[in-house]
Design a protein around this ligand. Structure first.
Ligand code: 5GP
Length: 237
C-alpha cells in the first residue's frame, strides 16, 4: 500500500490518499484541542495511543457485526481505512450526564439518566458544532429518514457493545461521539475514531477520569490516562 497525496488536516488526524481509490490512510497526531479549538496543545504519544485504542474498539465492533471504515493498522500512527463520504454530523450517546449536557441542563456530572440520551451536532467549526435534531439534519439534506433510522439502530448496538467491552475492564462508558459515512455503494459505515479524545471513560470504582477531560480541565496525567485505557483493553484480549 503506497501513501500518496495529502488530503486533509484535521485537529487530531490527517488524511492521505493511497494507490487504491477506495482506501485512505488516517494519521493520528499528538495535537490536542478543546472548546472548538480555543485551547490547543499537544499530548505526548496521544497519536500512538489513540491509533491502538480505536483499532481495538473498531475490531471488537466489527467482530460483532458493526461495519466500520477500519481496515488495518499500518504502524504506530497510521491506519488504513475505507474511503467514505462523511456525513457532517456528530452522533453523541450519553449513559451518564457529563460535559455540555451537565452545563446546559444544570445537572450534576455523574447523574445516571432514566434512559440513554442520543444527541446530534452539526459538524461545522465556524458555528462551533451546534446542537441540532433529526428534522434539522434532514432539512439540510445531510441524511435521509432511512439513514437516520439505520444510524439510530447502529448507535444503540454500538453503545451496548461499548458498555460490555469496557465493563469487563472496570471502565464506565459515560458518553462518546460517533461519525458515519457512506461507501461507494451507499452503505453506512462507522467512521473516524472512538478513543479517549472522543469519549468519556471513568474508572468504574474510583470515577477517575481516563479521557480528554483531563486535558480540557488541566487535571494532569493525560498521557497516563490514555495509556491506562489501552493497557486495560489490551490485557483483556
Ligand atoms: P460534550 O457535548 O459533553 O462536550 O461531549 C460529549 C461527548 O462527545 C464527549 O465524549 C466528547 O469527547 C465527544 N465530543 C463532542 N464533540 C466532539 C468533537 O467535536 N470532537 C471530539 N473528538 N469529540 C467530541
Amino acid at each position: 500500500m503506497e501513501k500518496r497525496e495529502f488530503l486533509y488536516d484535521g485537529k487530531a488526524k490527517q488524511l492521505y490518499a493511497t494507490d487504491d481509490p477506495n482506501l485512505v490512510i488516517m494519521l493520528y497526531k499528538d495535537d490536542a484541542s478543546a472548546y472548538n479549538g480555543v485551547k490547543k496543545s499537544s499530548i505526548k504519544n496521544k497519536g500512538v495511543l489513540n491509533n491502538r485504542i480505536s483499532e481495538l474498539i473498531f475490531m471488537q465492533l466489527e467482530k460483532n457485526g458493526v461495519r466500520t471504515h477500519f481496515v488495518k493498522r499500518l504502524d504506530d500512527s497510521n491506519q488504513l481505512c475505507k474511503k467514505l463520504d462523511i456525513i457532517p454530523l456528530e452522533f453523541i450517546v450519553r449513559n451518564v450526564v457529563a460535559g455540555s449536557l451537565a452545563r446546559r441542563l444544570d445537572i450534576e456530572e455523574g447523574f445516571v439518566p432514566a434512559n440513554t440520551i442520543y444527541e446530534i451536532c452539526y459538524k461545522n467549526d465556524e458555528l462551533r458544532d451546534p446542537f441540532i435534531n433529526e428534522t434539522h439534519a434532514m432539512a439540510m439534506n445531510l441524511v435521509t429518514r432511512e439513514e437516520l433510522d439505520h444510524i439510530t439502530d447502529l448507535a444503540k448496538k454500538i453503545n451496548k457493545l461499548m458498555i460490555d467491552m469496557f465493563d469487563k475492564v472496570g471502565i464506565t462508558v459515560v458518553d462518546f461521539k460517533m461519525e458515519f459515512g457512506r461507501d461507494s455503494e451507499g452503505n453506512i459505515l462507522l467512521a473516524d475514531e472512538i478513543s479517549p479524545d472522543s469519549a468519556r471513560f471513568w474508572d468504574s470504582k474510583t470515577k477517575n477520569k481516563l479521557d480528554k477531560d483531563r486535558f480540557r480541565r488541566d487535571m494532569g496525567k493525560v498521557e497516563e490516562a490514555y495509556r491506562e485505557v489501552l493497557e486495560r483493553l489490551s490485557n483483556n484480549d
